[in-house]
Design a protein around this ligand. Sequence first.
Ligand SMILES: [Mn+2]
Length: 453
Amino acid sequence: MPRHTLGVSRDTVIDPALHRARRSRLLESLGDGLLLLPTANELARNGDVQFEFRPGSDFHFLTGFPEPGAVLAAWRTGRNAHRSVLFVRPRDPEREIWDGRRFGVTGAQRSFGVDEALPIAELWERLPGLLEPHARLFHRLTHDADFDARLLRCLAKAAFARRRRQAPAHPMIADPVPAIAALRLQKDAAELAAMRAAAAATVAGHRAAMAAARPGMLEYEVQIALEGEFRRHGSPRNGYPSIVASGPNACVLHYHDNDRKLKKGDLLLIDAGAEVHGVTADVTRTFPVSGRFSPPQAAVYRVVLRAQLAGIKACRPGAPWNAPHKACVRSLTRGLVELGVLRGEVATLVQKNAFKPFYMHGTSHWLGRDVHDVGAYEGARGRPEPMPENAVLTVEPGLYFGSRDTRVPTELRGIGVRIEDDVLVTRGGNEVLTEAAPKRIAEVEAACRAADQ
Ligand SMILES: [Mn+2]
């Protein structure tokens, strides 16, 4: 686990060897050329308030540098050798009184394993010189229109200065993102350690929510118990906004209001993940607010759980990434017949997508720094990509019965259940990183009673 320097910034990861090694692997896979990678932009919220800043996922993966206003430039200098320059905001005693400490040029160079750090204001003057020896520029256009516009002006200026040589006006511009995505998809040891820490914080939060929830509470009161536990476990922020959806709200897939009062007999669906060192978990649990599943709730829950276990079983290296979806859909469809929602032959119903009104989302996505992480799903001719070893994906089947859905037996209406875990693809098959979050009915009911004991 890289050293986390709290007090400087929550996103500071000081592990120069790690980030150097990641840059080196990336540049070896890209080949010769100049990589130019800005971090995320600060975003105005209202008045003098900014949204909380979070470093760009790719940038942070390759540098560990936490501050806004930073750009990485790096290039190969030979086999397994490269140079990197980090452009950063310089120290500014007056600004730092308002916004907090900065590493500055000297601090950035000292702590982050780059060969040189320079003030960000010099980026556009330095860029033509940095680009001069390179035939290729690795930069993703279209991501940030302002940055692209400045880059084009800079290229135009440099081309004008060289116009008499009849040289190409600009280098070939190639997108480095697929190569970065390929590195991020197969987690290295540090990334996996962060993932395990995020999973542990997330499990603790879900347990706390189960213990805290009571009829009469507001959804966001349960959210406090959940996220308070995330924070206590070293997670400075969530990987995405928590979904705390009671009763019929469970059928709203990305429900964010989180302000309904919990009623006796409700199920509470919580889809939430803690972020640690820039990596997030993504876990859903559904549990009874009163501590006991009603028989119809338990019937639906068992169907979803059985499907989820079938989906997890389908995770192994080399299997198509959507194998869990196929397994889940088959299992859910069988369950829908058992529940009296669908009628007919399971295979035919699967073929006709008869489950769709009650299970309308996918089963899996890659997981890592972004909750819907980078990594290819489709290869040549639209074929599903195989799961590589050390990739992490979610398995999250659900069933959603609207409260006024007349296709569904009355006693099932208004029930929404989703169960989601984070699965690491291992050499021998898989490991469920979030296994410790209760999901068998008896375990869930025990966790709901935990506060009473
Ligand atoms: Mn998910």
